[in-house]
Structures are given as C-alpha cells and as structure tokens.
Write a protein that binds this ligand. Structure first.
Ligand SMILES: [Cu+2]
Length: 152
C-alpha cells in the first residue's frame, strides 16, 4: 500500500511536470522594418505546437517614428483593410490602432530608426487553416508592408 501511494505520487509529479512543459512553448519571431518602407520578411510561420508567440520588431533605419514609423499588426486577412482604415483616424499616439479593436490579434507599438518593440500573444487566438496577414498600420504603409502569417 505504501509503495502504491509512492508510485501514485511519483506519477502525479511526472504528470504535473509533463503539463508544465506541454503548457508553454514560446516561439520567437523577428522582423525588421527599414527607412525604405519595407519589412525584411514576406512570410512568418508558427508551428502548431507553439502555445505562445513572441514577436520582436526592429527598425533598422535611421528615420524618426513620426516620419517613417513601423509597427507590427496581426489580423485575419479579411480584417486587414478595416483595421488599417480605422488606424489612420486613431492617430500616432495610439500607434495607429483603434482602441479596443477586436479584429487586432496582436500588435506592437510604433518604432522609429534604431528602436525595437515586442509583443507576446497566445496561439489560442489563432485557428489552423484561417488566413492571417501581418502588416504595418502606419498610414500609407500597409500596401507594401505586409505578409502572410501561417499557423499550423
Ligand atoms: Cu511602417
């Protein structure tokens, strides 16, 4: 009986450890924006077993944020134009994202030359097979500064 209890305790410990590892797999992504209004990647991919995504945006240029600012915004492809349109009116101080915009899955703040910003979000916000697009919501940038975001 004593050994059975010990075995059960050991198994539950293993179970807890297993859950801890299974519960959190943070997958890191990096992307850079330039003074030429370009992202250095046209596609980002997140594997299905990632539970969280930590994206870091760098601005490799020299221009200030007010002139050539970039952010990184993720939405369903179908929602992108609406997010961008409302972002124009939201203004620079709000990172050109409408407050409380539920279509925005994740976004960084706007950065200027030499600066970086990160955002971490759960993949539970994503569905396998859905079409997602990342983009910069600084006015006039998203026509060029966008790419496919693939999950699963
Ligand atoms: Cu931009």
């Amino acid at each position: 009986m004593k050994s059975l209890i010990r075995t059960l305790a050991f198994c539950s410990l293993l179970g807890i450890a297993g859950n801890v590892f299974a519960a959190d797999k943070v997958c890191k992504l990096e992307i850079s924006g330039t003074d030429q209004m370009q992202f250095d990647k046209k596609e980002l991919t997140v594997a299905a077993d990632c539970t969280q995504v930590e994206l870091t945006l760098h601005h490799s240029g020299k221009l200030p944020a007010q002139a050539m600012g970039h952010n990184w915004v993720l939405s369903r492809t179908a929602d992108m134009s609406g997010v961008v349109g409302d972002g124009v009116g939201a203004g620079f101080a709000n990172n050109h994202i409408k407050a409380g915009d539920a279509r925005v899955i994740a976004h960084t703040k706007i950065v200027g030359g030499g600066q970086s910003a990160s955002v971490k979000f759960p993949t539970s916000a994503l569905k396998s097979g859905e079409s997602y697009t990342f983009f910069c919501s600084f006015p006039g940038h998203s026509a060029i500064m966008k790419g496919a975001f693939k999950f699963g």
